[in-house]
Ligand binder design. Sequence first.
Ligand code: B12
Length: 505
Amino acid sequence: MNVLFVRPPRHYWPLLSPAGAFWQPLAFACLAAAVRRDLPRASVGVLDAPILKMGWRSIENALAAARPDVVCIGDEVSASGEGLRLARLARSQNPRVCIIAGGHFFGPMAPEIMADQPVDFIVRGEGERTLVAVLQRLLDAGSCDAARAGEAISGAVFRAADGQIVDGGMPELIANLDTLPLPAWDLLPMPLYGARARSHRLIATLEHSRGCVGSCSFCNLWRQMGQPVGSGDNVRPLYRTKSPERSFEEVRLLYEKFGRRTFCWTDPTWNGSPEWTDRFCDLILDWGRPIEMVAWLRADGVVRDAASRLLDKQVAAGLRRVMIGLERPSEAELATLGKCGCGPEVSSRALELLGGYSQVYTIASLLFGLPDESPESAAALVRYAGLADATLLLPLTPNPGTPEWRAARQAGDLDCTDYSQYNFLNPVLRTRRYSVAQVRRLYGRTLARYSLRRVGFWLRQFFRPTNRVRAGLDVRLGWRAARLAAKGLFSRGPILEARPNWYDD
Ligand code: B12
């Protein structure tokens, strides 16, 4: 059985350069490793079209040459249309091919996708165990149709021969993440990632934890890796971490075998466990190699770690770029989003503490377009945005398939079902006061106001840069944000991601 994971040609996030926008698809590396270890009868490959600059014409040929029996897709919402296009292409080449989808979009959207799309199995939540179980079923049954005749599989959704949807609910989580095999980075064209990027040079994506400590209503990360409660897709948040030794082994392998230097941690909360951080940073410091780390941190964790001097150690170990979700400037608004423990006081303090390290560049994210958004609240948002080196103003976008998305859709608050527009750059949700078109205009004005406020800051950076990497990052990010602001202000259509010039090739 020939199993092929495919990331199809797609647009890229315009706040990064085309050379830095495509990171290793870590999910595929993790899943492929599990299949390789647990099902030696299957052969496994990964086709990452964007990093190979492979457009739709080339991928058609590549797929025909690979002749997979099973095609796996896992695109996020804005590229989900391309994932489904790939599924149709694979099916047109081989009607007996089995299509398996998973990840943040396909899992929660299982009922909608199963209704009319060419997908045979959908894997919900954490994927390793369920994917292996589905492939084992395929091996035993001998064909995709025969495999769909069997009983429910925990974590999988499929359509049985009689047309009934069989839903195995959310899977039990893997209790000890150290039992996962090392990600199959060797199946990816590693030298190409970040080869020509300026801010993500020689990048590697990796994770030390799964799940989150919080359960914010706008986020899907805690749900995707959530602990099942009862039946169906109910979960509660659960934070798990690998051992520091195992995480260090991954860094060392990526550094020594694959020549990686910038380590982008994909963890929703990199600083969720001070015990992990302390020991891991000790291991990195004893090893003594110069690495750079990029991570998403929680503000309350930053304040806690500064008090114990652990933050010093994180920076000494190579922490260079920090992303922090501030979301909104008021406790009341944060409460409506279910975000606890990281109010404006704690967040401001965290950014002030991080600002004390000249090597660390901070990127905050704020959510625009809450139900009561007004020109005044948007102005307050811009003032709050000045706390970090750079701030992303992201329009509140319900993740398709979540209860929030279902409620918004039922209330008629969502503009469209073209998921390429759900890119967290383009407003799709109406507010109490404004239509989606009006939200888009206010968003454009808010982005423009933020860009203008930053001009003075750039000039200061230009004449007195604290360090060249920081200044370069600042100007590049700022320029790209200003272009988005112009789009928001002057274009009537949706704000879409950038289309690479090889997309159709
Ligand atoms: C790295 C990253 C990026 C990078 C690189 C993206 C790239 N194209 O290379 C950057 C910063 C550029 C980026 C951009 C965007 N991203 Co992004 N990104 C991530 C991030 C942080 C890590 C993904 C990862 O590797 N995770 C680690 C792996 C191991 O976990 P996993 O993906 O969940 O996979 C497990 C399961 O989900 C499941 N699974 C996943 N796929 C599949 C497939 C199959 C077949 C199976 C069986 C199972 C399965 O099994 C896996 C192992 O257990 C995630 C958040 C996160 N922590 O996951 C967001 C995330 C994937 N991004 C998201 C989004 C929305 C975007 C953007 C559209 C907008 C934005 N502002 O962020 C852009 C555009 C992307 C594009 N067009 O390329 C959302 C997707 C939401 C959704 N409903 O689809 C996420 C979940 C963040 C969030 N807060 O919600 N992103």
